[in-house]
Ligand binder design. Structure first.
Ligand SMILES: [Zn+2]
Length: 109
C-alpha cells in the first residue's frame, strides 16, 4: 500500500517590507498648546489607565481563583465613570475653547 501524501509546499510568506516607507517625523505631529486641554487630556489618559489596571487586576484575581474578583466590577464601574467624565470634559473644553489642533476632517470655519 503506497501512501502518496501530497507534499505541501509551504508558502514562505515573506513579510512585505515596503522599502519606500516614509519616515515621517512623528514627534512633531501635534502638540496641544492649550495647557488646560493638555491637563484634561492627561486626566483622561490616567482614567483610561486606571480602567485598564483594574481590568488587569481583576483578570489576575480570577486566574488565581479569587471568588471576590467581582468586587472589581464596582471599581471598574467607578473608573469607567471617571473616564467618561474626563473624556467629556476634554471634548467639551475643545469645543468651547476651540483650541484643538486635532483636525476632524477639513471643515474649519
Ligand atoms: Zn483650550
Amino acid at each position: 500500500m503506497e501512501s502518496n501524501l501530497p507534499v505541501r509546499s509551504q508558502e514562505t510568506e515573506q513579510a512585505v517590507m515596503d522599502p519606500n516607507t516614509t519616515s515621517t517625523n512623528e514627534k512633531t505631529k501635534r502638540s496641544l498648546e492649550c495647557a488646560e486641554a493638555r491637563r484634561l487630556l492627561d486626566m483622561y489618559g490616567e482614567a483610561v489607565q486606571e480602567v485598564l489596571l483594574l481590568h488587569d487586576q481583576q483578570f489576575h484575581s480570577i486566574v488565581e481563583g479569587d471568588i471576590a474578583a467581582n468586587r472589581f466590577d464596582l471599581l471598574i464601574h467607578g473608573a469607567n465613570h471617571r473616564k467618561q467624565n474626563a473624556k467629556y470634559a476634554y471634548i467639551q473644553h475643545l469645543q468651547e475653547h476651540g483650541c484643538s489642533s486635532v483636525q476632524h476632517g477639513s471643515n474649519s470655519d
